[in-house]
Design a protein around this ligand. Sequence first.
Ligand SMILES: Nc1ncnc2c1ncn2[C@@H]1O[C@H](COP(=O)(O)OP(=O)(O)O)[C@@H](O)[C@H]1O
Ligand SMILES: [Mg+2]
Length: 234
Amino acid sequence: MAEVKFSLNYSKPKPNAKKIIALWSAKGGVGKTSIAISLAYALSKEFNVGLFDADIDCPNIAEYLGINKKLMGSKKENRIYPIIKDGIRIVSMGNIYDDVVFWRGPMITQALKELLIHTEWGDVDFLVVDMPPGTSDVALTMMQEIRPDGVFLITTPSKMALKDLEKSKSFLKKFNIKLLGIVGNMCGDLFGNVEKALGCIPLSKEIAKRIEEGKPFNDLTDVFDMMVEKVKEV
Ligand SMILES: Nc1ncnc2c1ncn2[C@@H]1O[C@H](COP(=O)(O)OP(=O)(O)O)[C@@H](O)[C@H]1O
Ligand SMILES: [Mg+2]
């Protein structure tokens, strides 16, 4: 086994996970990563779960969860082995490179596919994918080629986030990807609420503290129960 280096060839079209569930928003900073982590923990009570950080150039999962191990792989077997924390199988670029990467689109999509497809996910029922913001390379590759079985769109109640939410919805429609629901985040007195959402996670000190400590907060709101029910229907 050795530290993972990219070989830029992948043999299979899809990752070996039963179902792929992505969390996405065209807008950044709305809570995708924090919610993806808590959803993975909520699902892991009943299922085998993988957590994939699709944010290639600015990965957060490793840092959020305080994992500073290096991702290992076998060149001979062409496999990458996820890091396991609390039973969840995790792959993030943050466990390959410590420093910033200077990559343009083609390199990013190659790395995305190589990590997703070459990882030995084992018998995971659900692979939770934490998407980067934006509608360019990663979003296009995910929706056109990897094609998740369902997507949760995350938004805050702020005007700009809601505007970008409409773009994200059109994007999913264009690629015929199933929308599992809209999840509101940072709701409450300050920003208001998100209408027509599955649920709305409050903006709260307690949640912020948990996230800072690298801990899930799925026990602090019932929104994750609703998300788990939606995932089970996939
Ligand atoms: N419900 C919440 N209450 C308080 N702080 C939150 C909440 N959700 C997210 N945050 C904070 O907002 C920031 C952005 O969250 P993050 O999950 O990284 O967003 P994204 O992945 O969409 O860029 C983080 O610093 C996180 O701690
Ligand atoms: Mg993020």
